[in-house]
Design a protein around this ligand. Sequence first.
Ligand SMILES: [Zn+2]
Length: 450
Amino acid sequence: MLGFDGVSRYQFLRAMPRTYRYLIDGLNSFDMTMHTQVGKDTFENFLCLFTGEPIAETTTWWDFARYTDAFDLVWRSFENAGYRTLYTEDQPSGGAFHYQKKGFMSAPASYYSRPITMAIQNDPEIWRAGKHCVGNKPELIHHMDYVKRFFDTFPDSPLFAFAFLSKLTHDDMTDLKMADEHLLNVYREFFRLGHLNRSLLITYSDHGPRVGRIRSSFNGMVESRTPYAIFTFPKWFLEKYPDAARNLRTNTRRLTTHFETHATLQDLMYFESGGEIPIKPSKHGVSLFREIPKNRTCQDVPIPREFCLCNQRTIKAIDVNSSISKNLADQVMAAISRKINKTHCSDLKIDKILQVLNIDLTEVLSKESKSKMLFKVRLQTVPGKGIFEAMVFVASGKFESFAKTGNLGSVDIGDVIERLNMYRGQAECVHDADQRLFCYCKAPFEKDKE
Ligand SMILES: [Zn+2]
């Protein structure tokens, strides 16, 4: 499994055209075109991808002060089934299970690159050729060489490898295009060596872009919810299991998430074994070897309503100076204020309302979520010029009457309020990941090492 952090499917298509064509035309891969994220950040999406559990279920028995060793990560099941495992990541402190969390007490896989990644991270000699090169190698190649040596060393063993790279795409996703030729060469080499003839290759991202200029465009808003997931099987596997191949093809045009990736990995572990399987079945995911219903909705998955892109019938922009926009912005601001850590962080107030969109929801969705209308409100706050986006759900009433009075009555603000710009250097006085999004520190603080 090779993932890049925070890349939408369309961004992958734009930045990696040669790799994409090779995957699709050369290797007959399955590109899940309606893949939707299920959590707000890497960690939440990885919980769904690797444990099959959304954050709300995990936090019923786990909290952020604990290590992540107790998670029922799918590669542990592979380990129990006799696989050797590898885990490599480029950001030791910003890693999927380490960023503002305690991480693992014991190594989560047999082959684990964290010690070397930590050792090289602060050595300026290593990065002399630029921030994306480890010595004389692109960082992507540094990690993929590790994976390649793993496959070269154990040609006859079952293997599970997880590689996840954040640095190339985290701050500026236009850098991703530098990786196209390198990744193409890696995949060609893996194919030439026969590694792809004995593997399922999953090329994926965790979620779409969360920050940056693209987020302020309409496309960016859609792309922020749509990571890519491309599944590549050996040719012989698809010939041997034509029903699975047909369902995979059909599912490329159905609503999928990383719950499905999880269920598919589980399904593959004991594929067609027929007997009792010693793993807990995926609660929310459907294996991609089975057909996903055409009429599947976000609620069926479940995809939280904040990330659902289905059934949004008409979208229109509202004058940000209108009384309805001010009413909405005030309610969003009140919700933001409730999330501020009042001990360490300044009170925020509205600097300006940047955008208000009115979205009509079709019958299907409104019946399920009890919402008739949806507003997306984006505003900037002071001090600190934080940019936030919230969704406001309205249960009943007509837009025209709201517009006339400017009063929406009681509304329901989505749990996820997104921070669309960076807050590095503003929020380090608090350590909780959720509090940081809404924090402009009152006092000067000691800059932490992250
Ligand atoms: Zn991420």
